[in-house]
Ligand binder design. Structure first.
Ligand code: DHB
Ligand code: FE
Length: 279
């Protein structure tokens, strides 16, 4: 049977992708950011997942505002890095797992999560920067990926609690896939940030650190954070953190925290990162 062996949470700051692609990771601004992922990369090499269910958001790159699904799942064979305005990132094409994706889609829909099916899409920094952070510069990504997309760009996003319950349903879906697969679930985006308006540049480190603490030890408390709480405390783009709750909901009640990293600033936000394993 397929089994979920770990969860990863990480920011997806696009400037980190640019720093990697332009060979700037040794610069004083970026070196500490990349150093913060060294232990997780070593852990990831040993963990050898077959598939990552990568919970992410598109930033009006692949899906423009004509159609905005609340929850969508990628069922394609492969996903090309998207052109976000300055050319596609020079990173490998992302290989999908259409059989597992189709199974998860069916199981989630029977479980009353009405997923949109994505059979063709390019993937932006929301998906490729986490891969770069955890796997580094490679000729081919060492995993297959099932992209699970969440709307956090167009009002109204789903609630954090709904995301948590989607994570629980995702765990049931993976556990009922007959092939023996080592599956990780990643929740990406965040942490507190706001990119526009009078509060542009907002970073709330106290909120971020409390979120990291609770994601490991008291995740039930995070289910109660409302959209307005995120907006007030974590800025307009802090809502990306609801994607971490899908990952956490999939892991079950007790977890072991393997790695943690928190660093301010990187571009307009804080970089937050956790590696969790089911206890
Ligand atoms: C930044 C962060 C994001 O999550 C994003 O999607 C775009 C930009 C930033 O910090 O600049
Ligand atoms: Fe983002």
């Amino acid at each position: 049977m397929a089994r979920i062996t770990a969860g990863v949470a990480t920011s997806h700051v696009p400037a980190i992708g640019a720093a990697i692609d332009l060979g700037k990771t040794a610069e004083p601004y970026w070196a500490p950011v990349l150093a913060g992922y060294a232990a997780s990369r070593a852990w990831e090499r040993a963990a050898k997942p077959d598939v990552v269910v990568l919970v992410f958001n598109d930033h009006a790159t692949s899906l423009m505002l004509e159609v905005v699904p609340t929850f969508a799942i990628g069922c394609a064979d492969r996903y090309k890095p998207a052109d976000e305005g300055w050319g596609a990132r020079p990173v490998p094409v992302v290989e999908g797992h259409p059989e597992l994706a189709a199974h998860i889609a069916e199981s989630l829909i029977i479980d009353e999560f009405d997923m949109t099916i994505l059979n063709d899409m390019d993937v932006d920094h929301g998906l490729t920067v986490p891969l770069s952070l955890l796997f580094g510069e490679v000729d081919a990504w060492p995993v297959r990926v099932v992209p699970l997309m969440v709307n956090v760009t167009q009002y109204p996003p789903p609630s954090g609690d709904r995301c948590w319950r989607l994570g629980e349903a995702l765990a049931r879906a993976v556990a009922s896939f007959p092939e023996d697969l080592n599956v990780q679930v990643w929740g990406t985006g965040g942490m507190s940030h706001q990119l526009q308006g009078p509060r542009a540049g907002l970073i709330n480190s106290a909120f971020d650190r409390d979120f990291l603490d609770k994601l490991t030890a008291d995740p039930e408390a995070l289910r109660r954070i409302t959209r307005l709480d995120y907006l007030r405390e974590a800025g307009s783009e802090g809502i990306e953190l609801i994607m971490w709750l899908i990952m956490r909901g999939a892991l079950g009640r007790d977890v072991i925290e393997r790695h943690r990293f928190y660093h301010v600033p990187a571009s307009n936000t804080a970089v937050g990162h956790l590696v969790l394993e089911p206890a």
